[in-house]
Design a protein around this ligand. Structure first.
Ligand code: BG6
Length: 489
């Protein structure tokens, strides 16, 4: 069913995120018939531009998007695009100027509005206070007012708390939609479907049967043009409290009592709160030096634009976490994420315990193929299970086999950005896939002791060559426990 009527006001509407992700997602929602006749977009930005010019720019990018994402060449659906394009207008204004908000108040009237903050984090607080001052955040029985906040949500626990306090001074929690784009990914949403709509996984999903869990988010890209941002951020802040903690929460949370937004978010917060306090000894930080990826020479991080020649910023982090509750006591969760690694792969590998004794004498227990269930998030999307089977032939010998469910085999998917679900959910008022204030703060709580220790120069920055799976010190983190990372292949 189409979403209710709404004006979507995008701050930063002239920017990259709007062009590359938001508009393609909204176009896909248009094609799926999920928008209301009374839907419109107001792009707000400081750049000198007019509506015509903006529409042209958006049109050019959407054509690229459609051409790139389809496996087979498909052209833009012109009618749908025209329908959407006519609904876009541009308002030029500065984010801290009350006059901008007066213009918006005239445009919005008394209707439903979503204010989308596609801007640098330093503007979040200002925009929300200005919206409040212009009485734009006031909801009535007839109309909603919602605010979507992009990443990064703070740069540590203190600043995340301060930002929450600032937002909550002007808005109710129910009006705030904090985005973590990982939650828009089909395969991430599928983790809950897999666990809680099947009878045979959940009974095994605990310390009795699971030895440990590995979460990997490996990228081959470097910092690209974001050197300035990344220098002050690093891999830990950029990926762990948000994306990786969301993955961990989905894998480790208890079954919610219902699929209501708050029931799901309560369980996520509970499991994140149960993570044992970390120290810098549970973490390894790394930075890439020159190397090669897929045969192509790649410069080191310190040679990238806008990066200090003696930068200590980490581009890789590995961590070991433990969860202090009945389900997970004694089951380590190992995480790793980094840039310029061997290949691009995000996955969660659940390593089950071995069979209890060696029935097959020719294959002792330690030689059995480990039972691993891998939830593949990207680029390949699906689930694989690895286990032992009898090799064909007269002698009883065992070997490893794999069973695979592949999204692409089962479903013919159109191109999607991952933002479609998130935008649609915001329009219909379903906050399940958005982060609540406490979820965000719990994520930061986990990494804060490590940030503090690194700030105080504890724990060295280990180097790794671009194209390697990370520094060797990350291997030692698992070797200490007699384990090793799944190979990045
Ligand atoms: C972003 C980070 O939030 O997530 C980027 O700021 C990172 O540094 C990106 O590359 C990864 O997202 P995805 O969807 O490509 O896994």
């Amino acid at each position: 069913t189409p979403a209710p009527p709404c004006t979507m006001i995008i701050f930063g509407g002239g920017g990259d995120l709007t062009r590359r992700l938001l508009m393609p997602a909204i176009y896909n929602l248009t094609c799926a018939g999920l928008l209301n006749q009374d839907f419109s977009i107001v792009a707000v930005d400081w750049a000198e531009m007019d509506t015509e010019h903006l529409r042209e720019q958006l049109g050019a990018t959407i054509r690229q998007f459609v051409a790139q994402r389809r496996a087979t060449a498909v052209t833009l659906q012109e009618d749908e695009w025209n329908w959407l394009c006519q609904r876009v207008s541009y308002v030029r204004g500065s984010f801290d100027d009350p006059a901008t908000y007066q213009r918006l108040a005239e445009i919005c009237g008394t209707g439903n509005c979503v204010f989308y903050l596609a801007v640098a984090a330093r503007f979040f607080g200002t925009i929300v206070s200005q919206l409040d001052a212009a009485n734009l955040t006031h909801e009535t029985e007839q109309s909603f007012r919602r605010v979507v906040v992009e990443k990064p949500f703070g740069s540590d626990l203190g600043s995340a708390r301060a930002l929450n306090a600032k937002l909550l001074a002007s808005l109710e929690e129910s009006q705030i939609y904090r985005i973590d784009h990982y939650l828009g990914k089909e395969t991430v949403q599928n983790i809950l479907a897999l666990r809680f709509s099947n009878g045979f996984f959940e009974p095994l999903w605990n310390r009795q049967n699971i030895d440990h869990v590995q979460i990997t988010a490996a990228e081959t890209v470097g910092v690209e043009k974001r050197g300035r941002f990344y220098e002050g951020t690093g891999a830990l802040r950029d990926m762990v409290p948000n994306h990786i903690m969301q993955l961990l929460a989905m894998v480790a949370m208890e079954a919610p009592a219902s699929f209501d937004a708050d029931a799901v978010r309560d369980e996520k917060s509970k499991v994140l709160a149960a993570i044992h306090e970390t120290t810098y000894r549970d973490a390894v930080r790394g930075q890439y030096v020159a190397g090669a990826i897929a045969g192509r020479p790649t410069p080191g991080y310190r040679e990238e634009p806008d990066v200090a020649p003696d930068s200590q910023t980490e581009t890789f982090v590995a961590m070991k976490l433990s969860i202090d509750n009945w389900r997970w006591a004694g089951v380590p969760f190992y995480l790793r994420t980094g840039k310029r690694l061997t290949l691009r792969k995000t996955e969660i590998a659940v390593h089950f315990k071995q069979a209890p004794y060696a029935l097959f004498r020719d294959t002792p227990v330690e030689k059995l193929t480990p039972n691993i269930m891998v939830l593949q998030i990207q680029p390949s999307e699906g689930v694989t299970m690895q286990f032992s089977a009898k090799l064909p032939g007269p002698v009883v010998k065992l070997g490893g086999v794999r069973m695979k469910f592949d999204y692409a085999d089962w479903f013919q998917e159109g191109p999607s950005t991952g933002y479609e679900t998130l935008i649609y959910d915001c329009l219909i008022g379903d906050a399940t896939l958005f982060q609540r204030a406490d979820n965000v703060e719990m994520g930061w709580r986990v990494v804060q002791p490590i940030l503090d220790a690194w700030q105080a120069s504890q724990g060295e920055v280990c180097q790794y060559e671009a194209g390697r799976p990370g520094p060797t010190e990350a291997d030692e983190l698992l070797a200490r426990d007699g384990r090793h990372w799944l190979r990045l292949t």
